[in-house]
Ligand binder design. Structure first.
Ligand code: 5AD
Ligand code: SF4
Length: 464
């Protein structure tokens, strides 16, 4: 359910802008920063806001974390290994701090928001100067000001999880591609997932704010906008501001390419399929996480769709949106998953034929419903299953790629190819990486190519 969000007031935003100005004038402030980002696109985009805020305080980005005065870790907690990796890297910086005492270390994002984490940081990580949760991001200027002027550690984790901050500065990583958040939080409570606990309640931005941001991106020459939300299909404020309506408005505005993620299969409406089918700028790609092919496991996961319903939605998408490519997320080793149930996931992957998939071994997250279930699977069973699943995904993907040979794709060129400096690489509308002959002058342009051959995870194209 979408709640009417609380918009963080203009006076609070102004207070933060004042703090930013005061920091810029401080003689002892850090000159440079480096942000290390873990996790999903939402986090990557939050890091762009953190960078925007830090630049408003006069700091400059440095590509090397060992030369920065402030290193900020924007963390993820979706699986245990994401957390361990972040904490390992934070601890590694502790050595550097011994030889560089003015170094400031900050940690923020989902891991910090997890219950009990702030306490742990306070006690076990004394070298962390600044820690804040997902709901405190907009307060970075006042927190940093407090740290610099009082010289005391600042740890702030708010439980206010229904608010939206508008108008924060954003330093985007790319000139041609941009993330645009449409909604925050998640109310789905899939039984394995920590996200609703750390990202707060579902809340949507007003359509006029989203369209204004899109217009300014368009004016600055952006070629592709990716709309972000944990479950974009439930975008809306209980009014006519629905996700298909938002897509139509952006399509009419003339944004050259529109993508969006993530879509929950239970909310994938006919209206959305129609908007994708009719739009001239909406990419023919959908990331549609299925998680499992077994009805019993889907029910235990609280996903609220069946295998049959999922396949019916895939059929409708393939029928109405020509050449659509599908990608997905899959979890193996959910508590109690039997061999037959796992085989149903493999067979679903074979039936759908995904362009690619993210595959995960189930990781119990404290506080979620599934963490209280018995029937944990031994590690070797899960590892063996994920290996088999990856092979099934690859077979489907190779078949899909081979089927594209001879077709025309429009590539938004992003970079010089790492393997061959006379080639450039970018993505077609289906989201698949395609390489072609070219040079730096092509970066940021959309170039039509004919697909000539398929490799693992990339297609080779030729300009037409
Ligand atoms: N264990 C393993 N994978 C998980 N995901 C979310 N929570 C867990 C967990 N506890 C996966 C889901 C989701 C993706 C972002 O991460 O597949 O779609
Ligand atoms: Fe997690 Fe489910 Fe929400 Fe996705 S829809 S963020 S998997 S709870």
């Amino acid at each position: 359910m979408n709640r009417t969000p609380v918009i963080i007031g203009a006076d609070e935003i102004r207070r933060q802008e004042d703090a930013a100005e005061r920091i810029a004038a401080l003689p002892n402030r850090p000159d440079s920063y480096h942000i290390v980002t873990y996790g999903c696109q939402m986090n990557a985009h939050d890091s762009e806001t953190l960078a925007g805020l830090l630049e408003s305080m006069g700091l400059e980005e440095t590509p090397d974390r060992t030369t920065a005065d402030l290193v900020l870790f924007n963390t993820c907690c979706i699986r245990d290994n994401a957390e361990r990796r972040a904490l390992g890297n934070v601890t590694w910086l502790r050595q550097l701090k011994r030889s560089k005492p003015h170094l400031l270390i900050g940690v923020c994002g989902c891991m910090v928001q997890r219950p009990g984490m702030a306490d742990r940081i306070l006690r076990q990580y004394p070298f962390i100067d600044l820690a804040f949760g997902t709901h405190n991001l907009h307060q970075l200027p006042s927190m940093l000001y407090e740290l610099l002027t009082r010289r005391e550690r600042v740890i702030r984790v708010s439980s206010e999880d229904t608010a939206i901050a508008e108008g924060l500065p954003i330093k985007r990583a790319s000139d041609s591609k941009a993330y645009l958040t449409v909604m925050y939080g998640c109310d789905n409570y899939c039984s394995y997932c920590i996200v609703p606990y750390v990202r707060g309640r579902e809340r949507s931005r007003a359509m006029r704010d989203i369209l204004a941001e899109a217009e300014s991106l368009l004016r600055s020459g952006v070629q592709e906008i990716t709309l972000l939300g944990q479950n974009v299909n439930s975008y809306g404020n209980g009014t006519d501001e629905t996700f298909p309506a938002l897509l139509r408005a952006l399509d009419e505005m003339g944004v050259p390419r529109i993508r969006f993620m993530t879509s929950h299969p239970k909310d994938l409406s006919d209206g959305l399929i129609e908007a994708m089918a009719r739009g001239s700028h909406i990419c023919n790609h959908l990331h549609l996480p299925v998680q499992s092919g077994s009805d019993a496991i889907l029910s235990a996961m609280n996903r609220r769709y069946t295998r049959e319903r999922y396949l019916e939605r895939v059929g409708a998408l393939r029928r109405d949106v020509p050449g659509i490519g599908l990608t997905t997320d899959l979890i193996v080793g959910f508590p109690g998953e039997t061999e037959e149930q796992f085989e149903q996931t493999v067979s679903l992957v074979q039936t759908v034929g995904y362009d690619s998939a993210y595959t995960f071994i189930y990781s119990p997250r404290e506080g979620t419903a599934a963490a209280r279930l018995g029937g944990r699977l031994p590690d070797d069973v899960s590892s063996q299953r994920i290996g088999r699943l990856i092979r099934a995904v690859e077979e489907g993907s190779q078949e899909a790629y081979r089927g594209m040979i001879g077709t025309v794709e429009r590539v938004l060129v992003e970079s010089i190819s790492k393997r061959d400096a006379s080639r450039v690489s970018g993505k077609g509308t289906r989201g698949i990486t395609i390489t072609l002959d070219g040079g730096p002058e092509d970066i940021g342009k959309i170039i039509p190519v004919r697909i000539r051959s398929a490799a693992v995870n990339t297609l080779r194209g030729e300009r037409i």
